[in-house]
Structures are given as C-alpha cells and as structure tokens.
Design a protein around this ligand. Structure first.
Ligand SMILES: *Cc1c(COP(=O)(O)O)cnc(C)c1O
Length: 468
C-alpha cells in the first residue's frame, strides 16, 4: 500500500468551517512518569477524549502548554509539515515556564508525525484551500493537590482539518486598553493556556465594537507594541525602492514561527529586517501592518485604533504588495510548490505510522465510515479503546497493527460533536463580515487624558486619521 492514502472524497474541503471534526481517526498520547524520568512510547487513541484525574494540576493550576502547527499536501500528494522542529523547540520553552519536563525534539516529532500519519486521509487535497491543523499539548495529569510538581504528565497530539481564508480583506484592529496580557518578567513568552483565557472577554468586547484583531502594548510603559492576542506583529515601511520589515523584540511575547519565517523570506528578497522595540507612535509611519500566526497565516491590518488617545492609523482597504509577496512565498513553500531553500518542510512517511502494515489503517478507516449514522446504544468512552501502537525499532515490529473492530468504530463514530476551543484560534479570518459596516463604528472618541475607557462606539466626532 502506498503512503499516504488519498484525501477522503466525502469531505467538502473548501467548506469545512470551524467546528470540531470528531470523526477524525484519533489522537496520540504519551505520558511522562517522574519515577522513570522518561516519556512513554506514543499510543494512538481512537477517540477525542482524555481520561484525566479531576485534581490534575492542569485543570486546577493551569499547568499546561500547547503548540499549533500545520500540514499540507504537496502537488504529488505527499504530506508536508511546516517547521515541526521549531514548534518542538518552542514547546520545550513553554513547558519550562510551567514546570513541565521537556519533551525531547525527537519524541515530539515522533508523536506529531504519528498523529498526522494515522489521520493522513484527513489532510486535504493540494488543490483546495484546506489544511490540517496540528495541536500538540502537554500538561500535569496526575491527581495532585499541593503546589509542587506532580508525578505524571501527559503529552497529546490532536489534528483537525480546517479551511484557510486566503486573501481575506484587511481587518480593523484596536489596542487593548484596560488589560495587560503579559507582565514584565512574566509568562508572556510562553504558549500556555493561562495567557489566553483572560484575553477572551477583551477580544469579545473589541469584536462587538467592530475590531476583529486586538493589539497589546507593553505592560510597563504602554509605549511599545508587543503583539496581537493570538498572532505576531509585523510592520512594513517602504522607502523608495527599499523595504524595511520591523518586528518587536520583547521577552513578553510568543516567538512567532510565522514571523520568523517572514523575516527569513524578507531577507531573501533583499529587504531590510529589524527586530527591535517598536514605539506605538511609530505605527503611523508603517505602510503595511500584518498579524501573523500559524492559524491566521498573514492577516493584513486595515487600521490600528487606540481609544485612550483617539489615534487611528489607517493602512488601507486592500492588501499591501509586500504582504502579498510574503504570503505567496510562505504558501508556496508550505504547499511544496516551490523549492524550500530554508529546510522548513518535513515530509510525513509511511514509517511514521509506527506499524509495518499500513494497509491495516485503510481497513480501519473503511469500517469507521461504514458504521457512521448507524449507531445505537450509549457509547462507553472510558479510555479502553486505546490502541497500542506497535513500535518500530529499525525493522523490528513488536505487534501487527490492530484492525479496529466494529464495536470500537461505533464508539468513535458516536462521539458527541463538541464545539470547542480550537475555533477561536482558527477563527479570525472567518469572522469577517462586511468590513465596511464596521467602519462606521470605528469612530474613536477624541479624549485627552488618562486611560479613558469610553466605548469605541461613542459618537464623539473627532478622530485622528493619519494616512500611512
Ligand atoms: C501562537 C502565537 C503566535 C504565533 O506563533 P506562530 O508560531 O506564528 O503560530 C503569536 N502570538 C501569540 C500570543 C501566540 O499564541
């Protein structure tokens, strides 16, 4: 059997929307025990649920870190991961912030590739706008009440198909005024859950006021740009024929792999690259501003508004030419359309299934699709349908791949449809509706003074418009 299998032909890849697809084949789990000091061999689990002690530090103390990365099909049908080692390294950094043992890069890659390989038919055709979003997460998982290190940690890798919104219209963004995402010397540099939940009510409020993207300034002085709530900040200046790409240098922001990739591409174009403090006041001089991240890709920013000062810097209704060029290059490398001079793309292979007989997977997939819609009885999701992945050491296979029994498949197919949290991260571009309507509400009250929390929809007339 040739790997990878073709994409499912029953999925409308361009219309996936943002809801969680619980009918993917499953996820990967590996545990770390303090007593052994090692991560266990990965297991492929044929449902979306985890069995976790309710007193786990992950649930009670936020001892958790995560990643977001992507896979695409190349023109030849192969599955391409984008910069997985960079994601592995960043997860190690995030984990260290919350006292979680490091996941060695090799183990991260083995688990992530296993998750993708066993869900290979969920990686969209090259010709579509869809992608596979990969969500590795790690957390303290044993029951443990004291604020000390627990005895067990779990690393899991989930995958979800999604549709990108290529060529979205530029979006309005505003500065978050009454909340700091990250303190100096705090945890802002880590992709840990605790940095995100507190932001939700502020992004919800901003969205209700017509701003689909929110920008955080440095907490200490409120004078420098840090990052957007779920993506990095890039400012672009054009001076004659030359282009300068500027990104913030701060310890309190997540080091964006998309941003890093854009900088490398910019240098390859002969553009100038600067990583340094960006005073908020410099934003009025940018010609283009982009919000960059794995989920959002390159999201052009139409304007930046700040309620407390009444400032509004406008970059335009159409995507800038530099943003377009960076976006096209990123996209072409990720999708294997042009040569990858940077060594960013890693191809998922048959051996990543960690089993000898890849055809067993296809049998399993067929059984699953066969029972869809023919369910009866309550599913018993108790962790028992964990499928032990046989481990391939060199050529030595310990066990043949188990073919899923119809009973197991039934449990999987019956899993409730959970509308979940991946949504927000994947959502930014999709939420865009009628940007022009938004414009009316963007009137920023002209307030001289200190931290006025006036609503952005107040009808105060004065508005500082600075043409970029
Ligand atoms: C994930 C994330 C980013 C983007 O990182 P990428 O590696 O580009 O996906 C930027 N900022 C925050 C706060 C993030 O969580």
């Amino acid at each position: 059997m040739v790997f990878p299998p073709a994409p499912l032909d029953t999925v409308n890849w361009n219309q996936l929307g943002l809801s969680i697809q619980d009918n993917v084949n499953g996820h990967v789990e590996s545990t770390y025990s303090v007593s052994t000091g090692e991560w266990s061999e990965p297991k492929f689990v044929a449902d979306p649920y985890l069995r976790v002690h309710g007193l786990a530090p992950a649930l009670n103390y936020g001892q958790q870190a995560y990643e977001g990365m992507k896979a695409h099909r190349g023109p030849d049908g192969n599955i391409l991961l984008f910069r997985p080692t960079a994601h592995a390294d960043r997860l190690a950094v995030s984990a260290s912030y919350v006292s979680i043992p490091e996941i060695p890069q090799e183990h991260f890659l083995k688990c992530a590739k296993l998750a993708v390989a066993r869900n290979a038919e969920w990686v969209a055709p090259h010709s579509t706008e869809a992608l596979m979003y990969i969500r590795p997460l790690v957390f303290g998982s044993s029951g443990h009440l004291s604020l000390t290190a627990p005895t067990e940690y779990t690393f899991a890798v989930y995958v979800q198909p999604g549709t990108t919104y290529h060529g979205v219209q530029p979006l309005p963004a505003c500065v978050v005024e009454d909340f700091d995402r990250a303190a100096p010397r705090g945890t802002g540099g880590a992709k840990v859950g605790g940095n995100y939940a507190p932001v939700i009510r502020h992004t919800d409020k901003a969205r209700a006021q017509g701003f689909h993207v929110t920008l955080h300034l440095d907490a200490q002085t409120r004078t420098c740009v840090e990052e957007f709530s779920t993506s990095g900040f890039i400012g672009i200046k054009k001076v004659g024929e030359s282009v300068i790409v500027v990104v913030p240098d701060s310890k309190n922001i997540v080091q964006s792999i998309t941003s890093d990739s854009c900088l490398a591409l910019a240098e390859s174009f002969g553009w100038k690259v600067e990583k340094r403090e960006i005073p908020w006041s410099e934003c009025k001089f940018f010609d283009e501003v982009i919000a960059v991240g794995t989920a959002a890709s390159l999201l052009p920013i139409r304007l930046l508004a700040r309620a407390s000062t009444g400032e509004k810097f406008v970059y335009g209704e159409t995507t800038g030419e530099c943003t377009l060029r960076l976006g096209a290059a990123m996209r072409n490398i990720m999708r294997g359309k042009i040569g990858d001079q940077f060594g960013w793309v890693d191809t998922v292979q048959e051996k990543d299934l960690l089993q000898e007989d890849a055809s067993a997977q296809l049998v399993e997939a067929e059984i699953v699709s066969g029972v869809n819609g023919e369910l009866n009885g309550a599913p018993q999701i108790n962790g028992s349908q964990v499928e032990d992945a046989p481990i391939v050491n060199g050529n030595e296979v310990e066990a043949p791949a188990a073919v899923e029994t119809p009973a197991e498949a039934e449990v999987k197919a019956a899993a409730p449809h959970v509308n979940g949290s991946v949504e927000e991260v994947l959502a930014a571009p999709a939420a865009v509706e009628a940007p022009i309507e938004i414009e009316d509400k963007v009137s920023v009250p002209h307030v001289n003074g200190n931290g006025v929390e006036a609503s952005l929809v107040d009808d105060a007339p004065a508005m500082v418009e600075v043409k970029a």
